[in-house]
Design a protein around this ligand. Structure first.
Ligand SMILES: [Zn+2]
Length: 463
């Protein structure tokens, strides 16, 4: 029933969710979460039941306000295992029939242990974060946990006073009975792994990001470091808008936690960094570019299945090189030469378009993905290459795409056959030679590779 053999226990292909309305009460002192999730969707095949992913939290009541209960509405049957909530409708729903179910649930949320590390809702020293990619979302709400199933969200988060909550586009904040309630909307289609809640003792500062509304949230003690390291962000936004097309969301938020985090991570309309990533010296500027680029690649143009993860990570990694090139650093070509040499010294046993779940976040996926784009750029020329990127972000904005979609679109924009090129870079393990650079210009020296290439996804730098 899962839509994806990379995550065989996640998602249910029998239905599509259109909207999640999540009302969550979270107590920081006791790490207690109580929620009501109203899930509105449509069945894609005739069925009497559906399953949602929910891990570590218990459902206590399931209701179907209309349609699906088989009668006037009311409580409907459910069973729960350690990862699934199975809902039995009172009758069979026909293909395309809408349903709405309301699930009351709660417990002590904690990150889910997976082959990709611990994922999901996580307590901080004084706050909480969500870092779900790829299957952490069920640690905080019942969902159809697969990236092909994008939905809109409304999030109502009630928590202790004195904290700032960031989740999506803010609607309202109020205080009642000594607790604060924050309401957010996310109308942009969003997969479960990019839905997020961030809670901390943060100050927030608005930022004009080249005409896009920006906001930075961080502990007051980090103000100087944050200001120094995020100074390039408006220019980054301008460079990426020019290179990739219009910024696809209403705003961009950047959250810096008081805690150190293993890796920075993208969420919808947001980048999340640990205090250790923002040192005030711009050491990880490339990762600030990387997470911003995910808003186009991964968040707007989404993957339909995890095997296509290079469409997220290869593109975000190439965005780092574009930023380097346009901000006075090494050219993308010099970066490519350096990384090509580093990759050539690694085992040639990875198929970029289907790396397997174990190697999904292997650094080679990132670097070879970026090299594939650079090789494409050298093959078709700058003008056509950037037209391909613009066409990609426009054609697949807000939906999902596959590697085949990219191959087809690139060949169409370039007006030439690219099968042999893509076969070599995407489907065969050996690392192809980089095409020759345009003759004009002096010889380019490879840029030194400063970040380690390794096979540990949790240490790869960022996701
Ligand atoms: Zn990434």
């Amino acid at each position: 029933m899962s839509p994806d053999d990379y995550t065989p226990h996640s998602g249910d292909r029998r239905y599509h969710v259109e909207h999640y309305d999540l009302r969550i009460d979270y107590r920081l002192s006791t790490n207690r979460l109580d929620g009501v999730a109203v899930v509105r969707g449509r069945v894609l095949e005739a069925t009497k039941s559906v399953s949602l992913d929910l891990v570590g939290l218990r459902a206590t009541k399931v209701q179907a306000p209309r349609g699906a209960s088989g009668g006037k509405g009311g409580r409907i049957g459910f069973t729960q295992t350690d990862r699934k909530l199975k809902i039995a409708f009172g009758r069979e729903l026909a293909v395309g029939e809408p349903f709405e179910i309301s699930i009351a649930y709660g417990g002590a949320p904690r990150p889910r242990r997976t082959r990709w590390g611990t994922l999901g809702w996580e307590e901080l020293e004084d706050g909480a974060i969500v870092a779900s990619q790829p299957i952490g979302a069920p640690s905080w709400f019942p969902c159809n946990d697969h990236p092909s199933d994008k939905a809109s969200y409304r999030l109502t988060i009630t928590t202790d006073p004195g904290y700032t909550v960031a989740a999506a586009e803010p609607v309202s904040t109020s205080t009642r009975g000594g607790r604060s309630t924050w309401v957010f909307e996310r109308s942009t289609p969003t997969p479960t792994y990019l839905a997020t809640v961030q809670i901390g003792k943060y100050v927030s500062r608005g930022m004009d990001l080249a005409g896009v509304e920006g906001q930075v949230l961080h502990p007051p003690a980090l103000t100087a470091r944050v200001q120094a390291d995020l100074a390039p962000l408006p220019r980054m936004m301008a460079v990426f808008t020019e290179a990739f097309g219009p910024y696809p969301l209403p705003s961009y938020r950047l959250v810096v936690t008081a805690d150190d985090l293993e890796i920075p991570l993208e969420a919808q309309g947001m980048g999340v960094f640990g205090a250790n990533h923002i040192d005030g010296r711009g050491t990880l500027e490339r990762l600030i570019a990387h997470e911003l680029a995910h808003q186009w690649f991964g968040n707007s143009v989404g993957v339909a299945r995890w095997r296509d993860i290079w469409l997220n990570e290869g593109f975000a990694c190439y965005a780092e090189w574009i930023w380097s090139e346009r901000s006075g650093g090494h050219s993308a070509h010099a970066k490519a030469l350096g990384h090509w040499a580093a990759l050539a010294a690694q085992p040639q046993d990875l198929v970029l378009a289907d790396p397997g779940p174990e190697l999904m976040f292997d650094d080679r996926v990132y670097k070879r993905g970026a090299l594939t784009l650079h090789a494409l750029r050298l093959t078709v020329g700058d003008d056509v290459f950037f037209r391909i990127l613009h066409a990609w972000t426009e054609r697949f904005a807000g939906v999902t795409a596959t590697t085949e979609d990219f191959r087809t679109l690139a060949a169409s924009v370039a007006g030439r056959r690219l099968e042999a090129f893509f076969d070599a870079w995407l489907d065969l393990p050996p690392l192809p030679e980089l095409p020759a650079a345009p003759a004009a210009g002096a010889r380019v020296e490879p840029a030194p590779v400063t970040e380690a290439l390794n096979v540990n996804p949790r240490a790869a730098g960022g996701r």
